[in-house]
Structures are given as structure tokens and as C-alpha cells.
Design a protein around this ligand. Structure first.
Ligand code: OKP
Ligand code: ZN
Length: 316
């Protein structure tokens, strides 16, 4: 099984985020991804590659040029110990810029695009270990640990070769991904997430959001209450997979977050460790060329095992 990974994410390491007006430790720590890498490297079935470098034109299919330039120039201009919370291009206080933010965010896009390109070369399954994550990043804004929308950029790249379905199973609604394709029918966006009335990003992910114009019916949201466990989640996942099947996509992108785990410090669901394998298995049963893009998952001591179980579901 192909895993795409770049060590450039490690230097993107903001010390803190601002939560309810107070500086708290940054949840998107480099250790998250390193924990996943350490577990997968111990097994023979995973074949690691570094990403190829893609041109910035791919980022510009989803993001505004001024925004891209802003992330790039402001990252580079910072001294190594400095942290920037700009008062524009930013939707919340959970995506500060540090010196290596641009390099890491660009590498994460390359990780996703390299995976997408492998699908075009007839690989049936690729796991792109992206960090920083991407699904909250919009056309001209960063937020929720996200700068460039890795999954949306990869989806856009694949649309030249057929319809794409995106299944977002991170605990948080992927507002950026939904927004990017909200008025289009060539990408189906389906998300299962914590009810936005009580959960970040608060302003999107409601059941009433279906898409607009040509995109009507091609955004599907399943907000679930805090405390949702394996049984209810499995039932909703089956519904979501049925919607994907009906859509008959050529490719599937999974925005995979592991913050749905019962012991996640940020997420509010109660999924058990063993559930992740059945999740992988159910998704694999669609038998579509599938790119999995890493999003959240903040329990550093659990995430390696959660990802490994999820991938085992695809291997069996
Ligand atoms: C990013 B992804 C607690 C507040 C954190 C921001 C959540 C961003 C989630 N310190 N709120 O979707 O996993
Ligand atoms: Zn999340």
C-alpha cells in the first residue's frame, strides 16, 4: 500500500492557538503525524514515498492568488520564534503563521496531488499523510489548523478525468471543501460530523445545506450529536456510502480525521478503537480508486493505531 509523506511538516510547529481568548498549546502537533509514520514504518505492507513537486497553479484552482502570496510572503518574513495572527485572510484563531508554515502547507498539497496522480496511473488506493490538514481552508482564508485545502485541490485535479466523491469523516465539518464545490455537480461532498450548533466550525455543516444552483443535491451533511458512538455512526456511514454509490463517481477522496475517537482531546464522538477497521472495510467495499487524505486526530498516543486499523480495513 502506497503512503505519501513529507518531513517538511515538522518545522510547522506553532506554540499555541487562542481558545476563548486564552493562549493554549497548539493541538496540531508534528508528533501526531510522526506517531502515524512510526507505526506504519514497522509493518512491511506500507510503501513510503516522498511527494513530487507540483506547480502553484493547482493551489490557484481553489485559492485566491493574493491569499496564496500572503501565506507565502508572511511565513518567509517571520523570524523563527515569531508567530503571526493576521487580522485578515483568517477566519478564527486556530491557524497562526510561523516561519515554516508555507513550506509545510505547500508540501501537504504536493503530498495530496502525488497521491491523486498515482490514482491516474491506476493505483487503486493511496494514503496521503498531509499535515497541516486542509478541509477548513477556503478560497481566501485559513482556519482550524488549515492553510491550503489539500483534499479540494486533489479533487479538482481529478475532475479532469471524471466525477469525484469526497467523503469527509473528520469530526469537524469541512467548510472549505464544501464551499469549493457547493455550486458544482461534478464533485459530491458528503460529511459526517459533530453538530455545528455545538461544534467548530459552528457556521456550516447543517443538514439544510444541500448545494446551490447546478450543485443542488451534491453537498450532503450528516451532523450528529456529541457522544455519538459506533452503532449510530455505522448506520450513518452506510447511508453516506449508499449516496456515494448512487452518484457513480470515478474517484473517491476520503478526508480522514481520527478526532472521532472516544479519547480525542478535541472531538466529541465516542468511537472505539476497533471501529476504525470496520470503517476502512466498509469504504473499501465501494471498490473505487481511493485517495485518503489525512485531516485531524489529536490523541498523539492513539492516532498511529487508529490509522493502522483503518488501513487494515482496506487491506483485508
Ligand atoms: C481541525 B480539523 C480547542 C479548540 C479547537 C479548532 C478545531 C479545528 C479542527 N483548542 N478548535 O477539522 O480536525
Ligand atoms: Zn477535525
Amino acid at each position: 500500500m502506497k503512503i505519501i509523506y513529507s518531513p517538511l511538516h515538522i518545522a510547522h510547529n506553532p506554540p499555541s492557538e487562542i481558545y476563548d481568548g486564552v493562549f493554549v498549546p497548539y493541538a496540531d502537533k508534528p508528533e501526531r503525524l510522526e506517531a502515524v509514520v512510526n507505526i506504519l514504518k514497522q509493518k512491511d505492507e506500507f510503501d513510503f514515498s516522498e511527494p513530487k513537486k507540483f506547480s502553484l497553479s493547482h493551489i490557484l484552482t481553489i485559492h485566491q492568488r493574493q491569499y496564496l502570496q500572503f501565506v507565502k510572503s508572511r511565513s518567509r518574513a517571520l523570524r523563527r520564534a515569531s508567530v503571526l495572527y493576521p487580522s485578515y485572510f483568517m477566519t478564527d484563531t486556530y491557524a497562526p503563521i510561523v516561519h515554516d508554515t508555507y513550506n509545510a502547507a505547500k508540501a501537504a498539497v504536493d503530498v495530496a496531488l502525488t497521491g491523486a496522480q498515482l490514482l491516474l496511473e491506476n493505483k487503486s488506493f493511496v494514503y496521503s499523510l498531509c499535515r497541516p490538514p486542509g478541509h477548513h481552508a477556503e478560497h481566501a482564508s485559513m482556519g482550524g489548523y488549515c492553510y491550503f485545502n489539500n483534499a479540494a485541490i486533489a479533487a479538482q485535479y481529478l475532475t479532469a478525468h471524471g466525477r469525484v466523491a469526497i467523503l469527509d469523516i473528520d469530526f469537524h465539518h469541512g467548510n472549505g471543501t464544501q464551499r469549493a464545490f457547493y455550486e458544482r455537480s461534478d464533485v459530491l461532498y458528503i460529511s459526517i460530523h459533530g453538530d455545528p450548533r455545538s461544534t467548530y466550525p459552528y457556521s456550516s455543516g447543517f443538514e439544510s445545506e444541500h448545494g446551490k444552483g447546478a450543485g443542488r443535491g451534491f453537498s450532503v451533511n450528516y451532523p450528529l450529536p456529541l457522544g455519538t458512538g459506533d452503532k449510530v455512526y455505522a448506520h450513518i456511514l452506510t447511508k453516506a456510502l449508499f449516496e456515494i454509490k448512487k452518484y457513480e463517481p470515478v474517484f473517491l477522496i476520503v478526508s480522514a480525521g481520527f478526532d472521532t475517537f472516544c479519547d480525542d482531546p478535541i472531538g466529541g464522538f465516542e468511537l472505539s478503537e476497533s471501529f476504525y477497521q470496520s470503517m476502512g472495510k466498509k469504504i473499501a467495499a465501494l471498490a473505487l480508486p481511493t485517495l485518503v487524505v489525512q485531516e485531524g486526530g489529536y490523541n498523539v498516543s492513539a492516532i498511529g493505531s487508529l490509522v493502522h486499523r483503518f488501513l487494515r480495513g482496506f487491506l483485508t
